[in-house]
Design a binder for this molecule. Sequence first.
Ligand code: NDP
Ligand code: 2IT
Length: 447
Amino acid sequence: MNAKEYVAQIKQQVEQKDPNQPEFIQAVDEFLPTIVPFLEEHPEYIEKNILSLLTEPERFFQFRVPWQDDAGNWQVNRGYRIQFNSALGPYKGGLRFHPSVNLSILKFLAFEQIFKNSLTDLPIGGGKGGSDFDPKEKSDSEIMRFCQSFMTELSKHIGPNLDVPAGDIGVGAREISYLFGTYKRLREYDAGVLTGKPLDFNGSLGRTEATGYGLVYFVKYLLQDLTDSFKGKEVFVSGSGNVAIYAIEKVQELGGKVVTCSDSNGYIYEKDGIDLELLKEIKEVRRARLTEYAKEREGAEYHEGSVWKLKAQADIALPCATQNEIDEQEAKQLAENGVKIVAEGANMPSTLAAVQVYHQNEMLYGPAKAANAGGVAVSALEMSQNSQRLAWSKAEVDEKLDGIMKNIYETCRDTAEQYAEKNNFMLGANIAGFKKVAKAMLMQGLV
Ligand code: NDP
Ligand code: 2IT
């Protein structure tokens, strides 16, 4: 069987086995065609049917999470952990708390995490987990009780050499702290069981900023190849959470102007640039909505709906909210706006059709598994510090992050060129990420 026939067979197999998992199918569909040129050179992987293994999680857990709200009512949510692939190290990946969470979404995230983690060159496998719990408008005590119940079950399945969760949408340092407190009571004090811990106990300097900063470093190196920089660039950012905030901070530091940010209700457009201090105060301190930002800034416009419908000139787009936030029409709008670079802070924010629009318009496209790998990379650095019982300085962590993002960018660029697909960073990322995982799986006896 040739490589093209083989990936077509795997695609069909996944669609048949998991017909109700559209996001997982989408992530696999995006991945498979891009590794065909590599499989053509390495028929041994086709003979050993490695893709059947790779598209099947090693295991996953689903559990109920009962908790009591402030009114005294008992609530029940679903909890999950997907342990997708441990070829390169313990399962590693975030926990997401959002009402949309289901098996399909977590499987797509865990699948992409395998290759992202491989690209960092650090010893981490791929996993993901979370719950359909909605943290919005919950009191601090409700969040605490939920996290305690969630970890009561999760603690049976994780460990510093087994599976190391971290944050994602709806899970930040506050939630990680409550989760850690419960793990400690049930098992033992081992800092390395979770990353994204606060600086007050065993967290790493620079982890909070890492995904957003890393994303901007990736684009910085891309711009350098074009003998260009962020100076004077007009940038659209979506989202207003952890990734968006620190992407905005780094763009501003490098001389670019970010004119948008968003939440799930609407977006801010501010021609003179977003006021980051106010944004941080509203999102990180008050945990409030963007409508509040608009009330406090005269030059800011607030519009309901998707930021990607905005008609205004821009050079760079950094989607930092959620999956499938940019569809085909919106990608076309970005092209009309003059956007030349799209780099993904969020996981799979562009639909397959949107990615095609980027390619048709010769926009440079930094796919999530490469461009947002800075977060998990610094998580792995946090694991290193925890096992050494040491804390590195912020400058040391930042320098390592910058180096890792440079290496990821160059690996994607060079791998794409090696396969005569210059500037196809998606192909470069997928092949480079896959290559290491596949080799390790084969060496370990295809387990
Ligand atoms: P946060 O919870 O801090 O922020 C999420 C942001 O995205 C909020 O502004 C939220 O708006 C918006 N958002 C969430 N869901 C939707 C939706 N369905 N439609 C529109 N907007 C939405 O999460 P993060 O910043 O950590 O995560 C953002 C993205 O980055 C995710 O795709 C995540 O997987 C990815 N990522 C995160 C990493 C990390 O280290 N945290 C690492 C790598 C990737 P609202 O408040 O209205 O819900
Ligand atoms: O999508 C991601 O890479 C994350 N949410 C971060 C995972 C981690 O383990 O730091």
